[in-house]
Ligand binder design. Structure first.
Ligand code: HEM
Ligand SMILES: [Cu+2]
Length: 841
């Protein structure tokens, strides 16, 4: 084929590329933003939380080893198992798979980096700092103790006074926000930074899995963010969302929680399945059997898993028709998982297997996960579930699924992929020890729990009497857990002996795999960005690695003098423009620390300190946003002898437009969950929800805020029109329009709140009042954010950073602005007309 670039390359080209991508040294490593640094930190931090939560599990198991043990006592035990479950799920499992994505995806897609490196860095540091602070609550006896799903009324103020539950609510709500930031990065990265030619049909299965994973975060996590916000408002300001005596309903929490919580299981499992789909072909030395079916299975699982949340709530009195719908959906989701398992087995059968450590972990995964699936079928049978519910049988089942479905694939992935970030691969000999200790340990620990469970031992009890004869089984189980710990210890030793990241070198393609992450790479990833023509380019083009290193493909140097990558079209990956990437910066690190501190001060109710910290966090974000949206040059940049790309395009082609659209989807999901809560509370508590004596505001109070929101959007539209005619028109028209839009929007919010207030509605009197004011709370978040963004746009215009071709800040602000208006109008329409329509008032 024709190569984009001719050889030989100019002598200084590689030197310049290396210089531009040179990572910071010493303590400035905290300011690194590129993925091969942040990705490694991120994976490391999540593993640290795995160990910390594991230590908690060991204490739990030690406590349970013998009957009538008084090692930790009742209250601490509750905190221990709550923290163990919470940390494992929220600080280990989700971040670990997200971290692997940040680390692997750029290499796998043939990109220099994902499109928002500073956002990744910010998300990581926020998670790490916030997570550590959250974990430390256990040392002060302040850790939450209501179990990892935190059901009210147990977690309401009445039964959980003190700060423990607040730590959970604010800590987890905040960490989910960081997970969403990572998901936006991953979606836009997969859609827009693939190597030229890597059409969706040639996308590695792992990237597909991560796309579904990130999409599920976008549609799943807002539910739990809303739920935590509602419960926190109830606890802090007595807004009765979940208190039945004032029209609330504790089951609303369960709906919102499981609408996130069930997909959560697949959010953890799908990336692991994606990893396995990469490891199996490499270890079998043959392409994955039924690529398209596997991709379809991933998409189907993602889609179906959202219809299943109710199966965690069979005992809450669901109507029979919806019961049968949800059980049918629960069974349907087994089909796509089955397809993947068959595809892996067929691939192993078709190839010649290399029996290395990653292969062992994949086989261990298949074994343990299948057993977990079988007990899953058992608990799906209603009479059996009735017996096993809340016993150790369920603890056994859930650990088989989680450890089999996620921990084993993760270890396979560690052993498989570490050669691309470390100068040395991990040891095969020690790896076998790790595998057998973990495999035997897990089965010893958890298989016995099936039996203790059937013998009637309930979960979440801190001890049990002598005479029930659960003692021997529990002792075995505890010994097993020490075996697991020994396995993890050997792994850590292996890491100390062999893991050498950040040296600028790596061990290379040790397994002879076929996908792009195995191209020789430096801090800049690949020397030149290949043109992809198949799913396993390294197998199909034997000279590819050589040509890439020689600089024959796209972007062999750093033509703009800074970091850059190629942005391609979402479906068929045609090159669209050259994106200038940021270098190291302190903004994300400091911004994240301030954000974490902000949330922690909310927990301890230091609202003024929180305000100051929040302002600092925002200042950091503005600081780093300031140099995005660079000056476009008139002449395009050469990325090949004959291939030229523009810099920085406007509108839907641009990566920041995509980022904003995904953010809007997040917001829209949260808003939909709020609408659901409103209707749900009406449905279950209709009679006391809206007292008949209550007067709705006159309709003029619908018209005025609606008109104000619409007018503010119109002003923003006008500003956009003006911007596209710059420099022919006077920039002061644009500035005046943006400046006017802000008070219009604020007035819209203020009148909406006043409308409810002046008819005597109060948020703490009834769940109706609480949920109606909640619409304004959500709207208020947008008003605050858009005020800042509007001022930001103004500042850019005043300093000459806004023009017809350099206007991403204005365009993205406008997108979000119109969304805010739409959300406001829908909320107003619902709260004003629904009660009238139902004849409630
Ligand atoms: C590494 C070995 C592990 C051991 C020995 C272990 C042990 C335990 C035990 C004994 C309980 C029951 C506590 C009780 O009900 O009183 C428990 C609960 C739990 N574990 Fe683990 N676990 C391990 C790994 C994991 C992993 C990897 C995950 C998730 C990725 C996980 C997630 C959970 C969850 C969600 C609960 C439920 C907590 C609750 O009831 O609120 N565990 N674990
Ligand atoms: Cu479920």
């Amino acid at each position: 084929m024709e190569y984009p670039n001719s050889l030989p390359r100019p002598a200084e080209e590689l030197e310049k590329l290396e210089k531009v991508w040179e990572p910071p040294r010493g303590f400035r490593m905290f300011s690194a933003v590129n993925n091969n640094y942040v990705g490694v930190y991120y994976v490391g931090a999540s593993f640290l939380f795995f160990i910390l939560a594991g230590v908690l599990a060991l204490i739990v198991r030690t406590q349970l080893a013998v009957p009538e043990n008084e090692l930790v006592g009742h209250e601490l035990y509750n905190q221990l198992f709550t923290m163990h479950g919470t940390v494992m799920m929220f600080l280990f499992a989700v971040p670990a798979v997200e971290a692997m994505g940040v680390l692997l995806l750029p290499n796998m897609l043939g990109a220099r980096d994902l499109p928002f490196p500073r956002l990744s860095a910010y998300a990581f540091w926020a998670y790490f700092a916030g997570g550590l602070a959250f974990f430390c609550s256990i040392f002060f006896g302040l850790a939450p103790n209501g179990g990892w799903f935190m059901y009210p009324p147990l977690t309401s103020m009445e039964f959980s006074p003190g700060l423990n539950a607040d730590f959970w609510l604010l800590g987890i709500g905040f960490i989910e926000i960081s997970a969403i930031a990572g998901a936006i990065e991953i979606i836009v990265g997969i859609m827009k930074t693939r190597a030229p030619g890597m059409s969706l049909d040639k996308l590695p299965v792992y990237a597909w899995a991560m796309l579904v994973f990130a999409g599920m975060i976008v549609f799943g996590f807002p539910a739990v963010i809303l739920a935590t916000a509602l419960l926190e408002l109830e606890r802090a300001f007595d807004w009765p969302f979940f208190l039945a005596d004032r029209g609330g309903d504790p089951v609303l929490w369960q709906h919102l929680f499981w609408f996130f919580g069930h997909p959560e299981v697949y959010i953890i499992f799908l990336p692991a399945a994606g990893m396995v789909s990469m490891i199996v072909p490499a270890m079998a030395r043959t392409p994955l059997v039924a690529y398209r079916l596997v991709v379809l299975a991933l998409l189907a699982t993602g889609f179906l898993s959202f219809g299943l949340w109710v199966h965690h709530m069979y005992t809450t009195g669901i109507p029979p028709l919806s019961l049968s719908f949800f059980s049918a959906a629960s069974m349907a989701v087994a089909i796509p998982s089955g397809i993947q398992v068959f595809a892996w087995i067929a691939t192993f059968a078709a190839g010649r297997i290399q029996f290395k450590v990653p292969t062992l972990f994949v086989l261990g995964f298949l074994f343990i996960f299948t057993l977990g699936g079988l007990t899953g079928v058992m608990v799906a049978l209603v009479p059996f579930d009735w017996q096993a519910h809340d016993t150790y049988f369920v603890v056994a089942h859930l650990h088989y699924v989680l450890i089999g479905g996620m921990v084993f694939p993760l270890f396979a992935a560690f052993y498989y992929w570490i050669p691309i970030v470390s100068e040395r691969p991990l040891s095969e000999r020690l790896g076998k020890w790790v595998f057998w200790l973990l495999f035997i340990g897990v089965n010893v620990t958890f298989f016995t729990m099936h039996i203790t469970g059937l013998a009637g031992m309930p979960r979440r009890v801190y001890t049990y009497p002598e005479n029930v004869s659960w003692g021997a089984l529990n002792m075995v189980s505890t010994l097993g857990s020490y075996m697991i710990a020994a396995g993890v210890l050997v792994f850590v030793i292996d890491m100390f002996r062999n893991f050498r990241p950040f040296t600028g070198k790596n061990a290379g393609n040790v397994w002879n795999a076929g996908t792009l992450e195995w191209l020789p790479s430096g801090n800049y990833q690949t020397r030149s960005i290949p043109h992809v023509t198949s799913r396993e380019p390294l197998w199909d083009q034997p000279k590819l690695a050589h040509d890439v290193v020689a600089g024959r493909y796209y972007l062999p140097g750093a033509p703009t003098g800074g970091r850059e990558t190629i942005i391609t079209s979402p479906i068929d990956a045609r090159p669209q423009y050259l994106l200038k990437l940021p270098g190291s910066s302190w903004g994300p690190f400091l911004g994240a620390l301030f954000t974490a501190a902000f949330f922690m001060s909310l927990v301890v109710k230091l609202y003024m300190v929180g305000l100051a910290l929040g302002a600092l966090a925002i200042a950091m974000i503005i600081w780093w946003m300031w140099d995005t949206d660079p000056e476009t040059r008139d002449h395009p940049i050469k990325v090949g002898d004959e291939v030229e790309l523009p810099i920085n395009v406007v509108g839907p082609a641009s990566h920041s437009w995509w980022g904003t659209v995904v953010l809007i989807l997040v917001g829209a999901t949260l808003f939909t969950c709020l609408v659901f809560s409103y209707l749900y509370l009406w449905l279950v508590n209709g009679e006391i929800w809206l007292p008949e004596t209550h007067q709705l505001p006159e309709l003029v109070w619908f018209v005025v805020p609606t008109a104000l929101f619409l007018a503010s959007s119109a002003a923003v539209v006008f500003a956009g029109r003006q911007a596209s005619q710059l420099p022919r028109v006077n920039p002061w028209f644009l500035r005046a329009a943006v400046f006017l839009a802000i008070p219009l929007m604020m007035a819209g919010l203020a009148t909406a709140i006043y409308a409810d207030w002046h008819v005597g509605l109060r948020p703490s009197e009834s769940s109706y009042g609480a949920v109606v004011y909640m619409f304004s709370v959500v709207q208020g978040v947008y008003v605050a954010a858009l005020t800042l963004m509007g001022l930001f746009v103004l500042a850019r215009s005043l300093t000459g950073r806004l023009s017809a071709s350099r206007r991403a800040s204005l365009d993205n602000t406008a997108l979000l602005w119109h969304y805010m208006t739409a959300q406001g109008v829908i909320g107003l329409t619902l709260t004003h007309f629904f009660p009238r329509l139902m004849g409630l008032s």
